[in-house]
Design a protein. Structure first.
Length: 158
């Protein structure tokens, strides 16, 4: 009689409560990005720039003059997108394109003094909001999170 009973199906990955897979990690990282981006967008709005502009200003402040191709890679943008952002920054007087010696086709983007002022103002405006973003973390956890995300985004073997 037991031969007529259906056998129990093996457990499926999708039957698990919760998901610890790398795919779930990606979704979690995306949710964290959306939350952080919303906070930064709110902080930047009164300054007249968007997060995509600020991302380029971060790279320029960190690296100095940078060719557009490298800006695209550093910000996760494509060629057309980075051109639009740099165009916006130039119109606002926050960055300038300059010729690269030895290559007439390539332009390096450089932050202007006005760009540095705005960059500093953005940090002052964002500081209280950034504090609220990590308020639920314990002592040292914000730094630990930053370290882990940095190692995850920029692996040593990568």
């Amino acid at each position: 009689m037991s031969a007529d009973l259906p056998s129990a199906a093996p457990p499926r990955a999708t039957d698990r409560p919760g998901d610890a897979s790398p795919f779930a990690l990606g979704l979690l990282l995306r949710q964290a990005h959306w939350r952080a981006a919303a906070v930064m967008t709110e902080a930047l709005r009164p300054l007249g720039i968007e997060l995509r502009h600020f991302a380029v200003l971060i790279v320029l402040s960190d690296r100095g003059p940078t060719v557009q191709r490298d800006l695209a890679v550093a910000t996760g943008s494509d060629k057309a997108g980075i051109m639009r952002v740099v165009d916006d920054l130039e119109r606002k007087g926050l960055a300038v394109r300059k010729a690269v010696p030895g290559d007439r086709r390539v332009r390096a983007v450089e932050i202007t003094p006005s760009g540095v002022e705005l960059f500093d103002a953005a940090h002052v405006a964002a500081e209280p909001m950034a504090g609220r973003l990590v308020a639920g973390l314990g002592p040292g956890e914000a730094e630990q999170l930053r370290d882990l995300l940095t190692r995850f985004a920029y692996p040593a073997d990568g």
